[in-house]
Design a binder for this molecule. Structure first.
Ligand SMILES: [Zn+2]
Length: 375
């Protein structure tokens, strides 16, 4: 009996090991893109068939944007015009054994930004104008956090996704990339709204100097209490992730959680990922299956891989995987096909491509995507 139990335990361990290292050939699909609509109309089965033929294992689909849900929702204020098309697509993928991953933006929401001025994120100069372009919300507001968690739960129940892909789970970011290096130095720090300042002072057990102006206090925090500030910020983001993980797994313990993180090495830009985004992959890892990285400029695969490896090193082998995204939209025409083929082969075990609509429009890329990577 004891022997049987040991064998079972070893088997389970081996199985969990396998799923952790599963092969990922992912692609972003935006159902509302004109190329996608023109080709398939509402024929979700035809779209799913072509994805299957291309060897796709994971399809990442936005399920909401701003205040609009792309499925029949009771939580979000608005619904899109395509009825239950997304639901039909989800079922078509299930029938073909393709993982459906629901993409959900967290602290970026134009609808809420317009309708609730009080939770617009505030920069270190006490201004809300910087967050406007980003529709960036304060990540500490308890009501908004609960609203997003409820939306995640609703997606879990209605769409029953195999994975959840969390986007913008960070403090507002003016630079989300590795490319415009020079600009990062001028990136504003968030959030200095009254709620965040109160939360920070309680967390760090720090009393603000009473005689100072608001801007002086912000400056004083960044200059004299930077470590505590970073620790508080990463705490705000990690506690949301912890709660999201719990609510997701309460509904489906098998659902995989993906999180988009800044593609910077740990010490880059003065610990920029933690300092600006509040993303600490070490504390997030227990609640995350895959960290996703993206760049909006073309960099050699070797450099991209160095970022992936540095994140893995930071994680100290926790088992969480890093998946790079290849963004086709930003590449120059003509010369980039060979690069695309190289990238697919280079990251052949786990890679995500953005996006299907672009490849429909540029069939040469689609042909490469269908045949690569060869494992
Ligand atoms: Zn705030």
């Amino acid at each position: 009996m004891k022997m049987a139990r040991t064998i079972l335990f070893v088997l389970l361990l081996a199985l969990s090991g396998c799923s952790r290292f599963e092969h990922v050939k992912g692609v972003h699909v935006l159902l509302q893109k004109p190329e996608v609509r023109q080709r398939y109309g509402g024929e979700m089965g035809a779209l799913a068939d072509e994805l299957k033929e291309a060897g796709v294992t994971h399809v990442i689909v936005p399920v909401m944007e701003d205040g609009t849900a792309y499925y029949p929702s009771d939580v979000l204020p608005q619904r899109w015009e395509y009825g239950t098309e997304l639901l039909a697509f989800r079922h078509a993928l299930r029938r073909r054994n393709i993982n459906f991953v629901a993409q959900i933006p967290i602290f970026r929401d134009d609808y809420t930004y317009r309708s609730q001025p009080a939770i617009r994120a505030v920069d270190e100069f006490g201004s809300r104008t910087g967050s406007e372009n980003l529709s960036a919300l304060c990540p500490t507001d308890p009501d908004y956090r609960e609203y997003k968690l409820k939306a995640i739960e609703e997606v879990m129940l209605i769409l029953q996704p195999d994975g959840i892909y969390l986007d913008n789970l960070s403090f507002p970011l003016e630079q989300t990339d590795i490319c415009p290096d020079m600009l990062v130095a001028h990136s504003r720090n968030y959030c200095f709204c009254p709620m965040c300042l109160k939360s920070f002072s309680e967390h760090a057990l720090i009393e603000f100097p009473k005689t100072s102006s608001a801007n002086e206090i912000n400056e004083w925090i960044l200059n004299d209490h930077e470590n505590a500030w970073i620790q508080w910020k990463t705490g705000v983001i990690t506690t949301f992730m912890e709660k999201a993980n719990k609510r997701i797994h309460n509904i489906d313990p098998e659902c995989k959680i993906m999180l988009n993180v800044l593609p910077w090495k740990e010490d880059e830009h003065n610990r920029g990922r933690q300092r600006l985004a509040g993303q600490d992959v070490k504390t997030l890892a227990p609640f995350t299956d895959n960290f996703i990285i993206k760049t909006s400029c073309r960099i050699p695969d070797e450099n991209y891989d160095a970022i992936r490896l540095s994140l893995l090193e930071e994680l100290e082998n926790t088992g969480t995987q890093i998946i790079p995204t290849i963004q086709l939209e930003i590449e120059p025409p003509h010369s980039a096909e060979k690069d695309f083929q190289h990238s697919l082969q280079y990251f052949k075990h786990r890679v995500i491509v953005s996006d299907w609509g672009y490849m429909l429009k540029n069939r040469r890329y689609l042909n490469i995507f269908i045949t690569e990577p060869i494992i």
